[in-house]
Structure formats: C-alpha cells, structure tokens
Design a protein around this ligand. Sequence first.
Ligand code: MD3
Ligand code: FE
Length: 213
Amino acid sequence: MTLFDTHPPSAPVVLASGAVWLDGFALPVADRICQQLSAHFVSRPPQQMMTPMGYPMSVKTTSMGDWGWVGTTQGYGYSAIEPATGLAWPAMTPDILQLAANAAAAAGYQAFVPDSCLINQYAVGTKMGLHQDKDEQDFSQPIVSVSLGLPATFLFGGPRRSDRPVKIPLVHGDVVVWGGASRRFYHGVATIRPGMHPLLGAQRINLTLRKAR
Ligand code: MD3
Ligand code: FE
C-alpha cells in the first residue's frame, strides 16, 4: 500500500505517535541549501561508510556540525573527526539549522538545536535497509529529516523488526519530524528508481538532523 499517492498532503500529517510529515516544508529554502551542499561536497565528498561485517554501504555520507555519523568495521557512532580527512566537520549552515528548528517547532518540538547533520547521498539503485537509530544519547530528542532531489519510497515500520513497513512517498522539499514513540521505530529507504531532478540530477540527498550528545 502506498499512502497519499493520489492526494499528497498539504497540512502536517501524523504518520505515527510523534512522527509528523511536513509536505514541502523545505521548498522555500531548498535552492539555497542545495548550493550549500554542493560547496560542502568540494572539500568533504560523501564517502561509503563500512558495515561492521566489512561491506561498504551503498549510500554515501558526509556530515556537518559538532558530530558526524561514521561507520567503520569497528562499529557505528558519532565522531568529531571525519575519518577520511582527519579534520573536524564543517559547521552546519545557518539555513539548515534554522530549517531544522522551524520544522521541529511546527511538529510540536520547541527549541530543537541539532549538533549533527548527516548528509546521505543516494545514487539510482542504492537503498538503506531497515534499521533503528540508536547511536544517540537522548531518545527524547526528535530527529528531523529533509528530502532533496529524486523521490524515494520511505519504509516506515514499527518498534519490532517484524512490523510490516508502510511505504511513504517522499519528494524534494518534504520534511519529516520523528519524535515520541516513532523515534525508536524501524525504518529504511527502498531502492532509488532512475530519474533526473532539475536541481540535483540523478540523485537523492537526505539530511538527518539529530542531537547526538
Ligand atoms: C524514523 N536515513 O541515516 S531519514 C539514517 O532517508 C536514515 O537517508 C534515511 O535512516 C534517509 O539513519 C531516513 C528519516 C529518519 C531518520 C531517523 C528515524 C526516519 C526515522 C528514526 C526513527 C524513525
Ligand atoms: Fe535511520
């Protein structure tokens, strides 16, 4: 089942307890943020992180902020240093910080100040398997995600891996705030289908804004 594929929502949609879909919320600042991401990629190109099993992830990632999410064969977690360069991550841009705070507030979470912006770059044919986000310290903090570029089918499960995921069609400019009970739910991204986005070309970029520490 695909929710809302014929009638996209225009007001906040509650997907589950604490999870709020803000259709097109990032559109007013999307052009500027895409420019800022291109500039970031020059010095910090997205990299394939490793799984603990020793396989590279298909999605490429880079980060902004005090903490960047990294995957190595030693495990997953947050690091103040980018493994590939040995350098601290660049600061989040004011536009990205403001968007995250505004989206969280619109979903009912006041004064959200993320310290980590994970930037996931999906080429056509890549995906992210079902998982939980559990590398953060305070699960009472929401997560804000911003979709840019090619559309994606987001897979939103429940508190158990065996819970059958609902498919949510996320497009350029959509923002979802994941708080409350949904913060611990399994989720993933289905294989990105071929396409061409006018601003970003044949890719999807997702920003995941979190309070890591
Ligand atoms: C639902 N990224 O990096 S962001 C990840 O589109 C990740 O790149 C996906 O999952 C992406 O960990 C999804 C949306 C998201 C993030 C965290 C969640 C959804 C979530 C935590 C709990 C429930
Ligand atoms: Fe996740």
